[in-house]
Design a protein around this ligand. Structure first.
Ligand code: ZN
Length: 170
């Protein structure tokens, strides 16, 4: 099974096999203790090199599991939840979060607009936070700079020809 754990995929890539994985408390099938069981290479969009994910083997049912980092998009230094909270706060209060760099938040906002126009269409009627949620649930990185790199979409969309000013939110 793939066990999702809170970890920064960028740190996993940087540290390789030295990344300090936390061992899950027990086998998800039978709850018995797990043993470390080597590594398996995996590829993430936007990271050119393979990332080594930790494997575990159950001492009881012999199932082999692997840990997969979640919570961070590749190449983003802020966590998905921090980015989401920033977009949400800006949508509802018109203010940026104080605990995140303002310029970074502006950049997320600009990229979100661009992704919204290109993926959801320039006529998308919802608020920014709605667009964010819709993009995430569609499997997109909503604050991505590039389709080819971060996103599963097919082919490059008409980026430059999209009239960004037509979004319903600014
Ligand atoms: Zn087991």
């Amino acid at each position: 099974m793939i066990l999702l754990v809170a970890a920064d995929v960028n740190e996993v890539a940087r540290l390789g096999k030295d990344f300090p994985w936390a061992k899950p408390s027990g086998c998800p099938r039978c709850r018995q203790p797990l043993w470390w069981h080597g590594f398996v290479p995996a590829y993430f969009s936007c990271l050119t090199e393979a990332v080594f994910l930790r494997r575990l083997r159950c001492s009881c049912c012999r199932a082999v599991h692997r840990l997969k980092p979640q919570g961070y998009w590749p190449r983003f230094r802020s966590s998905e939840s921090d980015i989401s909270a920033s977009i949400h706060q800006r949508t509802t209060t018109g203010r940026w979060r104080r605990d995140q760099p303002r310029e970074r938040q502006r950049q997320w906002w600009r990229r979100l607009k661009r992704m919204t126009a290109a993926v959801l269409g320039i006529g998308f009627a919802g608020e920014a936070a709605d667009a964010f949620k819709a993009l995430v649930s569609g499997g997109w990185v909503p604050v991505s700079t590039s389709f080819q790199c971060d996103n599963p979409g097919t082919g490059p969309p008409p980026y430059r020809s999209v009239p960004l000013s037509n979004c319903s939110w600014e």
